[in-house]
Structure formats: C-alpha cells, structure tokens
Design a protein around this ligand. Structure first.
Ligand code: FE2
Length: 265
C-alpha cells in the first residue's frame, strides 16, 4: 500500500476493490451553496450569449457543434434536449475560468486524494456543473468517462460532488462495482468534418445488471475510475439534484488531438 495523505487504508482498499469511493461530506454545506449560487449567476449571464451563438443563423446544427467543440477552455451553457429553456449543464473549464470554481477545484485536499489513488502529476482536464432540474433533468445512459477523456495510457478519474443530497428519488449516480475492470468500449472523437462520433473499441455492450445507487448527503465526493460504467436516470422528483464534476488525467499521459475536448490553441 502507498503512503496515504488523506484516505484511510480502508478507503483506499475500497477504491482498489470496487473502482469507486464515497467520501461523505468532503465539502462543507457552505461551499456547496457558494457553488450553487455562482452556477445560477453564470447561467443567467450565459443564456443570452448562447442564444446568439447557436440560434442566430439558420446553420443551427453546425453552430451547436462548434459551440460544444470549442468549450474545452471556456465556460459554456448547454440545455436539456427535451426542453431548450432548461439548463442541463455548464462546462467545460469552470475550474480555470471562474474564481469561485477555481478555488474549489484546486483545494489541497483534492490533490491529496488524487495522489493517494496513484496520480503522480494530476491535472484537471474538465469541469461540469450539472443541474438535473426537477421533473426535467435528463437521463444519462450507462457510459465510461474514459470514452470522453481518453489518454494513453488510460488515466481518467471522475470526481463528482453532490451539491445537495442525492438519492434514488432525485436521480443519484448508479455505478457498477468493480467496473474498473471493464475494457473501454468507445472513444468520443472529432470526426474531421466539424462534428463528433463514437469510435468503437470493443463491440460488447456494457453490462445492464449489477449497478448500485450511490445515495450521498450534500457535500459528498464520489470518485470513480474512468472505465467504471455508471449512469443516472431522469429526475422525476420535485427536488433538483445538482452536482459539480471534475475529471483528472495524468499530465504526462498522451492526450490525442482527436479527442472531442481540446483546450484551444
Ligand atoms: Fe460520466
């Protein structure tokens, strides 16, 4: 076992065995409230900008792709597919572009956890604020995050913060224990024509059975391996289920230019 600076030996063992780990109440309620308030403020500011960028011309699909593909080093707003008036998420560089999210993302304890689970030079590659609004917040079907943040060798780990209590009722995360051993099925890449596509690496579908709900109180941190299949359902409840996510990769790993997310010139 490595020398641990934040995790207990039992927590480390859980991580190694199951490919995910819950750190209850990692962040304070006040810190969560601060992120929620800032996210609401950013949403209000960005809604107009996005209407201009995406809906100002007849080339909406092209503009929508361009808006998405250029979000890697910016803060942008994305709406629910089922309701274009409801915000789905903000992404993908809150951790660098906003002072409130930056302070939260670069807190020392997070990097201690990253070191404990084996990172030698952890780098935050992506951040998202996910709203999962009541009765609208869309389903996210089973996937592996390394599909979206592919490196060689594989190094992606998701850090998911519950901004409020997450339960089965308000569509918490579901994870597949020991799913870190599942081989990566797809890569999400730029198609060379201004769009994106999934490239198949392994034709077997992800397992559909064996997932467990990760019900956690506000402020909890859920860490999960980039290969670990996970999903969340539609939030049919009257409560929101907001979350903030960070994805870490190893700085020295190869980050291909065809990955959908790029950080500008
Ligand atoms: Fe995910």
């Amino acid at each position: 076992m490595p020398t641990l600076s934040y995790l207990s030996p039992a927590q480390f063992a859980h991580w190694r065995r199951h490919g995910y780990l819950v750190l209850e109440r990692f962040a304070s309620p006040e810190a969560c409230d601060q992120l929620a308030a800032r996210a609401a403020q950013l949403s209000a500011e960005l809604a107009h900008e996005r209407d201009q960028a995406v809906f100002s011309t007849t080339e909406q699909e092209h503009n929508s792709n361009a808006y998405f593909l250029s979000s890697g080093d910016k803060i942008r707003i994305f709406m629910e597919e089922t309701d274009q008036k409801v915000v789905n998420k903000l992404g993908h560089a809150l951790h660098n572009q906003d002072p409130v999210f930056r302070a939260f993302s670069y807190q020392e304890n997070l990097f201690k956890v990253a070191a404990d689970i084996g990172f030698s030079a952890p780098e935050i590659i992506q951040s998202m604020y996910i709203f999962k609004h009541p009765r609208v917040g869309g389903e996210v079907s089973a996937h592996q995050d390394s599909s979206f943040l592919y490196t060689e060798p594989r190094s992606c780990v998701g850090f998911w913060f519950a901004i409020e209590d997450a339960t089965v009722e308000n569509a918490c995360l579901w994870v597949l224990p020991a799913g870190q051993h599942e081989v990566l099925r797809t890569r999400f890449v730029r198609d060379g024509h201004g769009g994106v596509a999934f490239r198949e690496l392994d034709a077997r579908p992800l397992p559909t059975e064996g997932y467990v709900p990760v019900e956690v109180p506000k402020g909890s941190l859920v860490i999960f391996h980039g290969n670990l299949p996970h999903y969340s359902e539609v939030n049919w409840s009257p409560r929101p289920r907001q979350a903030f996510t960070l994805h870490f990769i190893e700085r020295d790993a190869v980050y291909p230019a065809e990955n959908w997310l790029q950080r500008g010139e």
